[in-house]
Design a protein around this ligand. Structure first.
Ligand code: SF4
Length: 132
């Protein structure tokens, strides 16, 4: 069984990118490295042979910060199969008045959003993993 790949956006200017990355990492930890693995987005976009091998035809879950969807678009452009695409900005909107933190640090409230988001992503990883 091949592992479900998870790619997170690399945004560093706002809290959305940080929340996306932390949630993706936590989701992979929750689900276990035997079922899922993080893939470096920067490597995906280099177009090198090794990165194409890791991406082409592989099942991905992407976790972006904002509607620009850099991870989802980059994975798809490199031949990956995006089974689900998430955006941290949508997750934050679920918590009215939330102050999740800034580009470099999540607040306690931000970590609570991260935990819930990670659980949602982990459930999807499991679902995609069991489709095989
Ligand atoms: S998805 Fe948004 S936050 Fe993430 S790298 Fe792209 S522009 Fe930046």
């Amino acid at each position: 069984m091949s592992k479900v790949k998870v790619a997170a956006c690399s945004g560093i200017g706002k809290v959305f990118g940080l929340l996306a990355r932390e949630s993706a990492l936590e989701a992979v930890k929750l689900i276990g490295v035997d079922k899922a693995e993080m893939v470096c987005l920067a490597h995906v976009v280099t177009g090198e042979e090794e990165s194409i091998d890791k991406t082409k035809g592989k099942k991905f879950i992407t976790v972006d910060g904002c509607p620009t969807l850099c991870a989802a678009k980059s994975v798809a452009a490199s031949g990956g199969v995006v089974c689900e695409q998430y955006r941290a900005v949508d997750e934050i909107r679920k918590y009215r008045g939330a102050k999740p933190g800034n580009a470099s640090e999540l607040t306690q409230g931000g970590w609570e959003i991260c935990d819930a988001f990670a659980k949602e992503i982990a459930d999807k990883i499991l679902e995609v993993s069991e489709e095989e």
